[in-house]
Write a new protein. Structure first.
Length: 368
């Protein structure tokens, strides 16, 4: 029986002081298993400190691949970048701050053995800040209402998926990736297990109010419920308007009573104008996202990749140079090659999963 392979994807953002420990502890937990690490530097604004630490890890360990993004893409898009490089039968995603602790991985893997396609970790007692917990609660309710997430399914950024789920998810090329929505599209065999949530090892959460709102807004790409709400609210207010007009007519014609209007009229105008502007903005958000998707805005841009594994290409499905390189790889004799082709048609560096180290791929790969 072929040995199971594992890929651990970790998006990194200002994590120069924690990521080495995360990787080393995870390697200890994965002892005896064939595992690779995909570390994605999401353009950390720390003077290159995070990328230097990641580069050292890639130099030290043959099974570490480092993806350096040219600009900040956000956590979900950074994970999408990592998924495009992952080749394991199981793909594990976790954070870089020690809160999704490596000691808890075995609980997710044990649950996967029960036949699930996706297993989320959830935290009975969270160690987040109060506003992060509030944001998570709002997101939980929103996702359940808008995209039909099961009531008893609790989610987080700590999960395990099967390879076929990864294969489907990376086909999504819209710039506003929302992994939870993509997972719910893929399979119904999703569950969650309780794990311990640890204190953050260094610094504070990078999720501010703006980032939480941006993440929440990505749900719009997976639901038309808000647009349907506009239809029903419009119908409701129309009926209220008709009833009010009928009441005024009765009062004026039958009871010959004067109808005072300025105050109530201004209130009504302000209220209904606000409702209309709100839903015009909502429709504009949908149209704007369609425009950006049609305009080929990328999910992420890879500046360079450092790897100790055998494949080293950004799988865009659109870039001709990547396709040509893959053809050259196949011509060489099967398998995958890391490195970049030179003008002579040679390819630098090749190796198998967990084998000897290869070189560096420089340049830009677009996803989207």
């Amino acid at each position: 029986m072929e040995k199971m392979k594992y890929s651990i994807v970790i998006p990194c953002y200002k994590s120069s002081k924690t990521i080495s420990k995360v990787v080393e502890l995870t390697m200890g937990e994965m002892q005896g298993k064939e595992a690779e690490f995909i570390l994605v530097n999401d353009a950390s604004p720390d003077g290159g400190a995070t990328f230097r630490v990641l580069s050292e890890l890639a130099e030290t360990y043959d099974n570490v691949t480092v993806i350096d993004l040219a600009k900040n893409a956000g956590q979900h898009n950074a994970v999408m970048a990592g998924l495009n490089y992952a080749r394991g039968d199981y793909i594990i995603a976790m954070d870089d701050d020690m809160q999704t602790h490596p000691s808890q991985i075995h609980k997710l893997l044990e649950e996967m053995e029960q036949g699930w396609d996706i297993v989320y970790a959830y935290y009975p007692r969270k160690k987040h800040s109060w506003y992060r917990n509030v944001g998570s609660a709002v997101n939980f309710w929103t996702v359940r209402k808008l995209i039909g997430k099961p009531r008893d399914l609790k989610t987080s950024s700590f999960w395990v998926i099967r390879k076929f789920v990864r294969d489907y998810v990376i086909q999504y090329q819209n710039p506003y990736a929302y992994l939870q929505g993509l997972f719910l599209r893929t399979t119904q065999k999703i569950t969650c297990v309780p794990v311990e949530h640890f204190e953050r090892a260094e610094g504070t959460s990078n999720y501010n109010l703006k980032a939480l709102i941006q993440l929440w807004s990505n749900v719009l790409g997976f639901s038309v419920v808000p647009l349907r709400m506009a239809i029903w609210l419009g119908l409701c207010f129309s009926l209220i308007g008709i009833a009010g007009a009928f009441g005024v007519f009765v009062k004026k014609i039958i009871f010959q009573a004067s109808v005072a209007g300025w105050t109530s009229l201004m209130i009504a105008i302000c209220f209904f104008s606000g409702i209309m502007l709100l839903f015009m903005g909502l429709i504009g958000e949908y149209v704007g996202r369609m425009f950006l998707a049609d305009n080929r805005q990328p999910q992420y841009v890879v500046r360079q990749a450092l790897t100790g594994s055998d494949r080293h290409l950004c799988e865009t499905g659109k870039e001709k140079d990547v396709e040509q390189t893959e053809e050259k790889i196949n011509d060489i004799g099967g398998g995958s090659v890391s490195g970049s082709p030179d003008p002579t048609g040679q390819t630098h560096g090749d190796r198998n999963f967990g084998g000897e180290r290869s070189g560096e791929l420089s340049g830009v790969c677009l996803r989207g």
